[in-house]
Design a protein around this ligand. Sequence first.
Ligand SMILES: Cc1ncc(COP(=O)(O)O)c(C=O)c1O
Length: 250
Amino acid sequence: MSKNFDWPVGSNDAKERLGESFSRLHLDTKILASHAKPLTNVDPVVVPIYHSSTYRFKTIAQFDEPNHGSNFVYRRCGNPTTENVEVVINEIEGGAGSLLYNSGLAAINAVFWEFLGSGTHLICMSPIYSGTSSFINETLKRFGVEVTFVDVEKEKNFAEAIEKSIKPNTKMIYFETIANPTMAVPDVLGTLKVAEKHKILTCIDATFSSPYLIQPLSLGADISLHSCSKYIGGHTDVIAGVVTVANYEN
Ligand SMILES: Cc1ncc(COP(=O)(O)O)c(C=O)c1O
């Protein structure tokens, strides 16, 4: 073979790992176990789409290591493809970390379930995206979360109206900028100032602004979230959501 085309053939990782015992396996088992060596020194410019739900462990000792000695174990717990999106979005948002979800509403659900519970009080801008308000009204309330809506279109001073709604058990102030579908823009800085004064968590759904145009965390919000199904996806071919946090203290 010419030197220019001297390319090593792929090797069977299972055969190398199992050694002599591999040759004694039934053909069906050989086919099932055989796979090329995982990439170690290759860095594809376009991130591959990893479909695998689970990952192999090299040894039993690796299984016993913390997190099984691997970043990736099971799809629900993490995936190299989505991690790449998380890294890029976190960079735009300037956060401590981002997590990608199956939809924008899944991301919103995750935030509410994580921080709210029976006996806590949520202050929420209205009107907001219909899926979010349905979830709050039809689901969150059933689980004992108290909710006060503050109408961004009726209140002359939105931040002041938010402050008046604060109760001793207020846990979170949630609003959108720009709002879907009204395109209302609340007083973001004023509202964040009120939240800071009363030490209340803030979560901003900035889907309609996109993280390119506004980075809520840099303005002082604790949590920023997006439906990636809009500007982040950009081509009407993606359903996803992302949550970015300013820090891990909460
Ligand atoms: C502002 C806003 N937040 C959340 C969502 C929900 O996102 P998804 O459709 O990705 O679940 C939408 C969807 O239209 C939205 O406009």
